[in-house]
Each structure stands twice: as C-alpha cells, then as structure tokens.
Design a protein around this ligand. Sequence first.
Ligand code: NAG
Length: 374
Amino acid sequence: MLRSGSERVQLLNNYLTKMVIKKISLESPWAAVLVLLCLNLLGVKSQPLVPAIITFGDSTVDVGNNNYLPTVFKADFPPYGRDFKNHQPTGRFCNGKLATDIIAETLGFTNFPPAYLSPQASGKNLLIGANFASAASGYYDNTAILYHAIPLTQQLQYYKEYQSKLANVAGSSKASSILSEALYIVSTGSGDYVQNYYINPYLNKVYTPDQFSSILVSSFSNFVTDLYKLGARRIGVTSLPPLGCLPEAITLFGQGSSGCVARLNSDAQGFNKKINAAVSSLSKNLPKLKIAIFDIYKPLYDLSTAPSKNGFFEARRSCCGTGTVETAVLCNPKSVGTCPNATAYVYWDSVHPSEAANQVIANSLIFAGISLVT
Ligand SMILES: *[C@@H]1O[C@H](CO)[C@@H](O)[C@H](O)[C@H]1NC(C)=O
C-alpha cells in the first residue's frame, strides 16, 4: 500500500511510542503511564495505542444505546451531559465523561467509539470500535429483559454483526487485525443486585447472595470465552463498585442510617473475589488472552467514605435533585435541588459517579489498562 509522507512519519512515530511504552512498562508500569500522559499533554500526535475500543455492559459505560430503546433507563435529556462536550446530553449517565471515555483519551483517541444503535455507527466511524452497552443490563439476562435493555447475549450478537460491517469497511484482513488488537471493556453487574436481586423475591428467596454471585460470574466466564473465540485478545473487566455506598442504596437499604450499607458492600466484595478468580483461570485456559481487572471498588469506596481527602465535599447526596433516589427519569430538568456545580460531588445522580469522580477512578484504572495494551 502506498502511503503519503506524513502518514509514514505518523506510523513511525506511533511505532516508536509503542516500543518506548512497552520497554518502560516492563520495568515500571507507572512510568509508562506517566510517559503516556506527558505525550498527551505535549500534544504529541501519534495514533492511539490500540486501533479500537469495544465496550459491553451497563449504564457505567453506555454512551447512548438506550436512547433508541423503549426503556425508562435513559439519560438523553438535561441535566445529563451538562458538563460534556457542547453541554449536550448523549445518553451517558453522568454530567460529563465516563471513566472509560477518560481511558480512551489517555490511550490517544480523539473521538469516542459510537453507540452501536446510533446512526453514527456506520462507515469509517466503525474503525475505532463500537459501544454495545445498555443501561440496566447485567450478567443475568433477565435483569436487562425486566427493563427493556439489551441483554449481554444480545450485545454479543450485535458484536458479531459489527464484525461483518467492519470487514465491509476495512477489508477482512485489516478488520481481523483491528479486532485482535482492540481493547475490549466489560463493565456490568451492579444492576443485577440493585435493580434485580435485592428487590426481586424470585431471586432473593431462591438464591443466597453467594449462589447468585456464582451464577453471575459463570455468565461472565462464558461471555469472555465466547468473545475470545470471536477474536478478542485484550479484555479489561471492571469489578463491582461498593454497592452499599451508592446514595440510592443507602436511601433504600440503609434503614435510616447515612453510612454505607455493610451487607451490600460485602456482597460486592464476595462477587469481586470470584470474578478475580475467574479472570486468573481464564488467562490460564485461553493462552493468547490478556485480561485484567479494572478495580473500581477501592477508589470509589475511598471517595465515598473519605471525600474530603480527595478534594470532594459531598458523597452521601448526589448532585441531581435531592440526591437520595434520583436517577434516569427522576433526574430531569425539573428535579428540585440539583447542585449548580458537580465538581465537589462524588455522585452525579444517586447511582452514578460524577465526571470528577470518574477522573479519580480512571487514574487508578489506567495502570491495569497499560498492561493490556503494551
Ligand atoms: C465548578 O467549580 C470548579 C472548581 O471550583 C471550577 O473550576 C469550574 O469552572 C466550575 N464549573 C462551573 C460549570 O461553574
């Protein structure tokens, strides 16, 4: 293939950056992160470290798929997005960027991969990946079905469809190299507890939390195995957040106390132990797989329990509305009490961190991300 001079310089630059980061990260992963951040700050324009980002999961990573679904779990109206580009709501459950948006920027992306159900998900836009996530989805397909969201099994079907669309745009050999070098992100599971298990007697009378987490983690392992068979080689999976510290969970399950609900946090930690074990065994069984846990429990727990240590002042109330139960339709332009500036709030709505908190979370994830992409 003939390339222009500037394209060749760019490719060389990109190659050198990758080699430098790879060498440094063998010696000290943190130094690699630092080099990457400095290159970004200096505006050194090299191509992103991975060709594409492909995302599955729930509202923690949905960038607008639910806008196209008949579900109440939407965020495509103000005040969602008020601190995003052009102050536009996009469907992200946040005032600004998600942690995964910040990771994408750190890896060198200047545009975010499109929501797969949006009209933008076509042609060359597909070259940098796609986002299949759907708010209110979970590892347990019934969680999504209850709320008319996209179950994980259906997200995988869409991904297969994406593969053939990508092959049409890029040609099949380029497409398969994009797919094997892409970073895959899987982020879901909270809804299986908060929107399903804790309020659904058909689940909580039948399964103990320990049994339920085993069901979820086995669904996760099957999902990763399927994804691997379809060509994925670099997968990052988020742990569960401290469920008991989400403002809505404190309101609903805290029995009047304002601290984090210990029972819910211990369920989240039980799940996290199992998913860590599953990740170890997957990486043994699938020889070409790089897989890492993106731990969000610890950074969000620290922010929730000691906000002022991290420069925040409010973690119990979220910014939108009264901050006790508002999310999705309940967080809207008429919600009374919405805070004027979310930067000191850990939570934007009663379930989702603010952009400022997502920045802190992303900082602690980037380390795991670097080990996947170098
Ligand atoms: C919110 O507060 C921060 C910190 O004081 C400030 O930098 C930022 O500009 C404010 N944002 C808005 C939208 O007022």
